[in-house]
Design a protein around this ligand. Structure first.
Ligand SMILES: [Zn+2]
Length: 302
């Protein structure tokens, strides 16, 4: 009768509640940006979003075991990076709705390469099913992105290193999987993101890059997106929600992907957070199906 809810605060608080008690009150944050992080106002009409993170903000330097990310906090409003105004625009009325430029805080929901590619993403691990999932990915030559819980990565560094060694990539899924994340104080949110990044990077070993941040339950806000950007992490959403965490049955997981996936899509799956046997069973069908459909495996855009 229990109806699991991915957005329920109870689901993970039971699992992580103990460690939550140990969360430090004071937070260094990414690059120790002393008090400079400020919540980004909700973008209004068409005004350019005040860019508080340099578009060239570097990702983690691969040097030390405790990577820090330097942050440029006072970048001027940046010009559109990828859509230079063409001469044709002079002969047209003002464009009614130009595509929004991808700012450092934008949520990415597509693959890096576009075209007939797919990005598989696995949340909440590493966990007991992660090895099985890696075996399947290898069997089909697939690559995926793993959105990890910091302490779980710290507890199983061998698995994190295996993920990297087999060509997959890493994403920050916080320290305690707080839900809803937006209910936390600003400093707590900074801690959830920055400490998890450090734990995952340390587990992966020197040079490990953590490129994305996925908010628990998809609870993205302007605030946590900005924090992520200041940590050098791209907010990562999805375009296909398999709801595999609710264990709807492997056929339902497969059917959701087959129905909702479009080229360049990002698929949300889970390698931990409960019994993932249905996810594993679904993957055994989905991986050959994706290949038969002409998909190649990619990572999310950064
Ligand atoms: Zn999650």
């Amino acid at each position: 009768m229990r109806i699991p809810s991915h957005r329920s605060p109870s689901r993970h608080s039971l699992r992580y509640g103990l460690t939550a008690l140990l969360a430090p009150v004071l937070i260094a944050g990414c690059g120790a940006a002393q008090g400079a992080i400020r919540p980004e106002p909700t973008p209004s009409t068409g005004a350019p979003t005040p860019s508080t993170v340099s578009p060239t903000a570097p990702t983690s330097p691969p040097s030390s075991a405790t990577p820090t990310t330097s942050v440029a906090l006072s970048a001027p409003p940046k010009p559109s990076p990828s859509k230079p105004a063409s001469s044709a625009s002079a002969s047209r009325p003002p464009a009614p709705q130009p595509p929004p430029p991808l700012t450092p805080t934008s949520i990415v929901r597509g693959t890096a390469s576009g075209g007939r590619t797919v990005a598989l993403t696995f949340d909440d691990g590493p966990g007991p099913a992660t090895g099985q999932i890696l075996d399947l990915l290898t069997q089909y030559g697939a690559r995926a992105t793993f959105c990890q819980i910091g302490p779980q990565a710290a507890a199983d560094p061998a698995m994190v290193r295996r993920i990297l060694a087999e060509g997959h990539r890493l994403c920050d899924h916080t320290v305690h999987h707080p839900q809803p994340m937006h209910a936390l104080s600003h400093d707590q949110q900074v801690y959830e993101i920055s400490a998890a990044k450090d734990m995952i990077a340390k587990a992966g070993g020197a040079g490990t890059k953590v490129r994305w941040f996925r908010a628990p339950g998809g609870d993205f806000t302007a605030e946590n997106q900005l924090i992520a950007a200041q940590c050098g992490l791209r907010p990562l959403g999805w375009s296909v929600d398999t709801r595999d965490w609710a264990r709807p049955g492997a056929p339902a997981i497969v059917a959701t992907v087959q129905r909702d996936l479009r080229p360049g899509g990002v698929v949300l799956l889970h390698d931990a957070g409960g019994d993932r046997s249905q996810t594993v069973a679904a993957l055994k069908q989905l991986l050959p199906w994706l290949i038969a459909q002409g998909y190649s495996f990619d990572f999310p855009a950064v």
